[in-house]
Design a protein around this ligand. Sequence first.
Ligand code: ADP
Length: 502
Amino acid sequence: MATTTALPEIHPDLRSFLSKKSHQLLIGGQRVDAASGKTFKTFNPADGEAIAEVAEADKADVDAAVKAARKALEGPWSKMSPVEREKVLHRIADLVEKHADELAQLESLDNGKTIREAKNGDLPLCVALFRYFGGWPTKIHGDTTPVSVPYYPGAKFLHYTVREPVGVVGVIVPWNFPLLMAAERLAPALACGNTVVIKPAEQTPLSALRLGELLLEAGLPEGVVNVVPGFGPTAGAALASHPDVDKITFTGSTEVGREIVKASAGNLKKLSLELGGKSPNIVFADADLEAAAKGMFMGIFYNQGQTCSAGSRVFVERSKFDELVGALAERAKTIRQGPGLDPKTQMGPLVSAEQKKRVLSYVESGKKEGAKILAGGDEAPGKGYFVKPTVFSEVKDSMKIAQEEIFGPVVCVMPFDSPEEVVTRANATPYGLVAGVWTKDIKKAHRLTQSIKAGVIWVNCYQFVDAAAPWGGFKQSGYGREKSELAIEAYTQVKSVWIDLN
Ligand code: ADP
């Protein structure tokens, strides 16, 4: 089904991918219809038109995918040497890089994000993740341990540890960075020798399916990665509760995160959860104000504000409040909104009609609770799911818009008077994913990084990530860390081996 939107210079490979009548599931290296024969549509958020018809996985398909993943785990994948695994991961990186333009367009089309962000952010990061984790298979090792046994003095043992894969990993990803989130989980999972069943978000299933094709082309054995698009309460829940899945890595809302915890209890799956945020971005009067202004803007409006790390609570020291907040509101009013695929667009639509409704209901709640709108505050005209970038001032910390994750282009700006006060207020939500601090005073910066409860803190910068830097949250923002060496721990389990030498 072709989209009705005029697609300027659409990549020929993307055109051919989209021309498929229906996009099938990927199970055991085969493209198959859902057992039920059901399909669902995915929509272009820029105009609400259907882009493609996708097979809708449910319990039976998840069962088949888990079976295929188990077979691959016990079969060819575990027999592949670490150096061969590295080669496969590097070939995946090369293929994603080769197809970056096509994948960026696909991501922009399905999710609504601007082509500039997809091309300069999502895609290079995807490649970097496969390259970084591509270096790990030959470096994952255990240790030998000098053991002494108190109740057996003088006894001699050789003790060593081995790091083994966790097993079959269920990957449940959201729609805000569909390909990037998939890569962030797949790369370490594969580096550690696991097999995967991935359920992309129902709003954005296409890039994971296209990635599935590239994985096979890269020489990944059949069944090592299985792709089962479908809905959360059906396919997602079936994966989260599956008795033969060893681990779930989930990125999404804190609310669904709780469901995942409950569903995983049956066979006590290992869990990595990356959940919501309501992150503070704190600007002191002594900061480089030009850089801080850019950081405030990017912090909230990147990806239409649909990032778990959105700097959605901006605190500005009172003496500079009017100046900085005025500039932020003026800039918000001039953002050019349009289809993500149009290179001139600065902000695309939200991902879905539902998300637009949700964000606008928060805007209404802010108005009702007495916050003042400095910019936006409304939907933007057009058929797509557009919401104007919105800046709220006169916000109280207790208001719903200051406490709950909105996941849209809506920012609360609030003045503060002292570092102690701002730290207390910054920490006063159930979340603790990221925080930003802007100051030229190095002691103040360090004092704040020590007292803010967040998994990632940026000083004089915002929204920076790298495959080598740990990512994850404090408090109700999640469990565990993704990316970096810590992901190697998260996707392996340690075996402790004793050899009696007596
Ligand atoms: P959002 O609210 O932003 O759409 P969600 O947390 O609902 O984010 O969704 C993130 C991912 O979790 C999606 O792939 C979605 O299909 C999946 N999901 C939603 N509900 C469940 C559930 N009950 N069990 C498992 N996965 C779910």
